[in-house]
Ligand binder design. Structure first.
Ligand SMILES: [Zn+2]
Length: 339
């Protein structure tokens, strides 16, 4: 069984007026829209794979309004989890995560993964210029592009969005399904609806609509600082925490902890304070517990053993409990040299 999705050729009336709250009046199901432009090499764009991350909708409304009469390049637009979007949720109970079930995923086959399989088959049947998946995240982070395959084309694609880019390899993400087919990147555009994130992604897409080809030369370190996300920090359920060093809690952080995103923390800088022996658990990309390799506790202070950069640090306690406290990044280049 395959999840029902709709296919349109051209934008439906009312596209520029909808918000996520009423999106299903226009798109009752996930929808794939073909828009013909001057250059027949398609830009595949996916939005709302996570229903609460609505920057992508705003971006497409603005970009398509600007180019309504004269689209420089054809677009294949996939509008993903409309049911979750309607309710402002990442995904709904009983649904699978719409950005973990694309070809290459390791989950059991589901109607949603079959739908993604079909969307990819349709996309692969067209001449493709690049594939862009638009997302938001939590906490105070720079805008950055994620690539799953650090080819030179993908590095150049990431560099056109920002000078910091990330290599990641979550199985079943949309971007990974385009590896070997066309350049592909996920855009992280700050918190949902952030006007700067919308503006930034609009400028990037304008560039993608008019660019002839991506360079095949390696971007300089100044043009792209490529980092890798390989560690996830979680706070165990029984550990209480606060963003106030003076609070009565097992684990405490400075109030301005979000300012430390994408800032290196060396082995002598205090990461946090604790009154328990194991206040944090750290797992690598294979899910192995590597807590003791990565951090140490000395006299109630938490230190990292190596210089690493946190990303997606958030003070949102619900997100910390449901997702994680943060990820730790290292330079992708440094990792390559180690190999
Ligand atoms: Zn997302």
């Amino acid at each position: 069984m395959i999840e029902k999705f709709d296919r349109l050729h051209g934008l439906p009336d009312g596209f520029f007026d909808i918000s996520t709250a009423n999106i299903r009046t226009l798109f009752p199901n996930p929808t794939l829209i073909q828009l013909d432009g001057k250059d027949p090499n398609f830009l595949f764009i996916s939005i709302l794979l996570h229903g609460n991350e609505y920057t992508g909708l705003k971006v497409m409304q603005r970009v398509l309004a600007e180019h309504a009469q004269d689209l420089p390049r054809s677009i294949l637009l996939f509008i993903g989890n409309v049911r979750a979007a309607e309710q402002g949720r990442r995904f709904l109970p009983g649904q699978v995560d719409f950005n973990r079930c694309w070809p290459g995923h390791t989950l059991e086959s589901s109607p949603t993964s079959q739908m993604m399989q079909r969307v990819i088959e349709i996309a692969h049947g067209l001449p493709l210029f690049a594939a862009i998946d638009i997302h938001n995240n939590t906490g105070k982070n720079p805008h950055y592009a994620c690539i799953t395959d650090p080819t030179l084309e993908n590095q150049n694609l990431a560099a056109r969005f920002n000078r910091v880019g990330m290599v990641y390899n979550h199985r079943g993400v949309c971007t990974m399904a385009f590896n070997g087919i066309c350049p592909a990147a996920t855009l992280e555009c700050g918190v949902p609806g952030d006007p700067k994130g919308i503006e930034h992604a609009c400028r990037f897409l304008d560039d993608m609509l008019t660019l002839d080809e991506l360079p095949h030369t390696k971007p300089t370190r100044h043009a792209l600082h490529l980092v890798e996300s390989h560690l996830t920090l979680n706070i165990p359920e029984h550990v209480s925490f606060a963003f106030d060093p003076a609070a009565d809690a097992d684990l405490r952080f400075e109030n301005d902890i979000e300012e430390r995103n994408f800032t290196p923390i060396d082995p002598h800088q205090v990461f946090g304070y604790t009154r328990v022996a194991r206040p944090i658990s750290i797992t690598d990309t294979d899910g192995h517990d590597v807590t003791d390799d990565i951090m140490r506790v000395e006299e109630g202070k938490i230190y990292l053993n190596n210089t690493l950069m946190p990303a997606m640090l958030t003070r949102d306690k619900l997100v910390v409990r449901q997702d994680c406290l943060c990820h730790l990044l290292q330079d992708y280049l440094a990792h390559e040299v180690e190999l």
